[in-house]
Design a protein around this ligand. Structure first.
Ligand code: UGA
Length: 439
C-alpha cells in the first residue's frame, strides 16, 4: 500500500484516484474547487461516468480516499503525486501547460520526503524533463523528487472499466528507483506493464490517440468515396475487419471524431512536429478530413431542402458520443449554429447532454430560428420536416423506421452514425441519408 496524492479531479484524475483506492492504496484527491471537494466528499461525482459514484462512496466509507483543497498536507508525505490537470489546446494547436506548472511549483514547495511525481496529463514530448527541472529549481526541502510519465488511455463513458482492465500500463521513467516504485503501485491491478523511457512514454500517448483518429478519418474518407462509387462503407469495414492486422475496432465511419482528446491531440502532435521542423502529413490529413466531415450531412441536407427557414428540425443526440454528458468538439456544436442561422426551429433530444448544451444555446429564439429541448424523442420527431442524428444513444438506436414515418411530417432523416439499415428505412417509406452508404 502506498500513500498517493492526485492533483486534479477531472475524468483522468478522479477515476485514477478512485481506482488506486479500490486496489488498496491510501489516496488524497486534490482540487482547487471548494464546492467540487464538498460534492465529492458527499459521495457525488462531478462527472457522469458509469460505476464511479459507487466506487467513490465505497472507498470514502472505507477511509481509503479523501478529497481536499489543502495541497500542502496532501503532498508533503506522499510516496507518489499524480498530476492529472488539463492541458487545453491553445489557438495555435499547442498544449497549455500552465496548470501543470502551477501544480509542479506547489509540489516543490510542499514535499518533505522523497517522492515520485507522475504526470498523467497528455503533454508534449520532452515536457516532463522540464517539469523535473522546474520542481528542482523550486524545491524547498532537501529531498529527492523525480518525474515519471504515465499516460492514460481511458475513454469517457467507460473510464472506470478502462482503468481497472487497461490493456497496458505505460510507465516512462529515468531511474530504477522510479521504475520500481511505479511498478509496485500498479502491481495490484495485475495488468501488463510496458516500461520505457520518459520521452517514449509521452510519445506513446500521442501516437496511440492520433493513430485511432487517423483510422476514423481514413474510414470517413473511404466512406465519402463509397458514396460516389456505389459501395457500402459498413460492408467494406466488415470485410476489412477480418484481417487481424487491421482489427475490427474504430472502423465506424460517421460525422467525425469529437471529445476532449482526438481533436486536441492531433493538433498538438502536428504542432510538435512543426516545432521540430517536420511535416507530419498523415496527422494533418486526419485533422482536415475530420473538419470536413462534421458538416457533411448539413451540406447534403442544404442541397436537398433549399432552406431550413421555418422548418421543424429534430436533432437527436448532442454529446460527442454516447455514455457521457461531454459536448467538447461534438458535431452538434458545429451543426446547430448553422441550422439556427438558416432559421430552423430545432427540437433537440439528448438523455444527458441537453443541460450542458442549453448553457451554450439557451432555450428559445436564437437568430432567425429557435431551439427547444425535449425530454422524449417522440416530441422531437412529431411533425418534424427533417431529422439529424449526431449521437448513437441507445434510445435513438431503439427507434423503428416506422416511428420516423408515423411521427414526422416529412420522414427525411440524416444519420451521422449509420444506426439503421438502409433497406429497412426505405421499405418503411423514410428518405434516409447516412455516411458512406447509398441514399
Ligand atoms: C479517446 C481514446 O479512445 C482513449 O483511449 C484515450 O485515453 C482518450 O481519448 C484520451 O486521450 O483521454 P474518448 O475521447 O473518450 O477516448 O472517446 P472515443 O470513444 O475514443 O471516441 C472519440 C470520438 O471518435 C467520438 O466522437 C466517437 O464518436 C468517434 N469515433 C470512434 C468514430 O467516429 N468512429 C469510431 O469507429 C470510433
Amino acid at each position: 500500500m502506498n500513500k498517493i496524492a492526485v492533483a486534479g479531479t477531472g475524468y483522468v484524475g478522479l477515476v485514477a484516484g478512485i481506482c488506486f483506492a479500490e486496489v488498496g492504496h491510501q489516496v488524497t484527491c486534490v482540487d482547487i474547487d471548494e464546492e467540487k471537494v464538498k460534492l465529492m466528499k458527499s459521495g457525488v461525482s462531478p462527472i457522469y461516468e458509469t460505476g464511479l459514484e459507487e466506487l467513490m462512496q465505497k472507498n470514502y466509507a472505507a477511509g481509503r480516499v479523501d478529497y481536499t483543497t489543502d495541497y500542502q498536507t496532501a503532498y508533503k508525505d506522499a510516496d507518489a503525486i499524480f498530476i492529472a490537470v488539463g492541458t487545453p489546446e491553445q489557438p495555435d494547436g499547442s498544449a497549455n501547460l500552465s496548470y501543470i506548472a502551477t501544480v509542479a511549483r506547489q509540489i516543490a514547495e510542499s514535499v518533505e520526503k522523497d517522492c515520485l511525481v507522475v504526470v498523467k496529463s497528455t503533454v508534449p514530448v520532452g515536457t516532463n524533463d522540464k517539469v523535473e527541472q522546474f520542481i528542482q529549481d523550486f524545491l524547498v526541502k532537501d529531498v529527492k523528487v523525480e518525474v515519471a510519465s504515465n499516460p492514460e488511455f481511458l475513454a469517457q463513458g467507460s473510464a472506470v472499466h478502462d482503468t481497472l482492465h487497461a490493456e497496458r500500463i505505460i510507465i516512462g521513467t529515468e531511474s530504477k528507483w522510479a521504475e520500481e516504485l511505479l511498478t509496485k503501485i500498479y502491481k495490484p491491478f495485475h495488468l501488463p506493464i510496458v516500461s520505457v523511457n520518459r520521452r517514449s512514454a509521452e510519445m506513446i500517448k500521442y501516437a496511440s490517440n492520433d493513430f485511432l483518429a487517423l483510422k476514423i478519418s481514413y474510414m470517413n474518407d473511404i466512406a465519402n468515396l463509397c458514396e460516389l462509387v456505389g459501395a457500402d462503407i459498413q460492408d467494406v469495414a466488415k470485410g476489412m475487419s477480418f484481417d487481424e492486422r487491421i482489427g475490427s475496432k474504430f472502423l465506424n465511419a460517421g460525422i467525425g471524431f469529437g471529445g476532449s482528446c482526438f481533436p486536441k491531440d492531433t493538433k498538438a502532435l502536428d504542432y510538435i512536429a512543426k516545432q521540430n521542423g517536420y511535416d507530419l502529413k498523415t496527422v494533418k490529413a486526419a485533422i482536415d478530413v475530420n473538419k470536413e466531415q462534421k458538416t457533411m450531412l448539413y451540406k447534403k441536407a442544404s442541397k436537398r431542402l433549399i432552406t431550413f427557414n421555418g422548418l421543424k428540425v429534430a436533432v437527436l443526440g448532442l454529446t460527442f458520443k454516447p455514455g457521457t454528458d461531454d459536448l467538447r468538439e461534438a458535431a452538434s456544436l458545429e451543426n446547430v449554429p448553422l441550422l439556427l442561422e438558416q432559421g430552423a426551429d430545432i427540437y433537440a433530444y439528448d438523455p444527458v447532454g441537453a443541460e450542458n448544451f442549453a448553457k451554450v444555446h439557451p432555450e428559445g429564439k436564437s437568430g432567425k430560428g429557435s431551439i427547444t429541448y425535449v425530454a422524449n424523442i417522440e416530441h422531437a420527431l412529431e411533425g418534424a420536416n427533417v431529422c439529424f442524428i449526431f449521437t448513437e444513444w441507445g434510445e435513438v438506436k431503439a427507434l423503428t423506421p416506422e416511428t420516423y414515418r408515423k411521427l414526422m411530417r416529412t420522414p427525411l432523416v440524416y444519420d451521422g452514425r449509420n444506426i439503421y439499415c438502409v433497406e429497412e428505412m426505405q421499405e418503411a417509406g423514410v428518405e434516409y441519408h447516412s455516411i458512406g452508404r447509398k441514399p
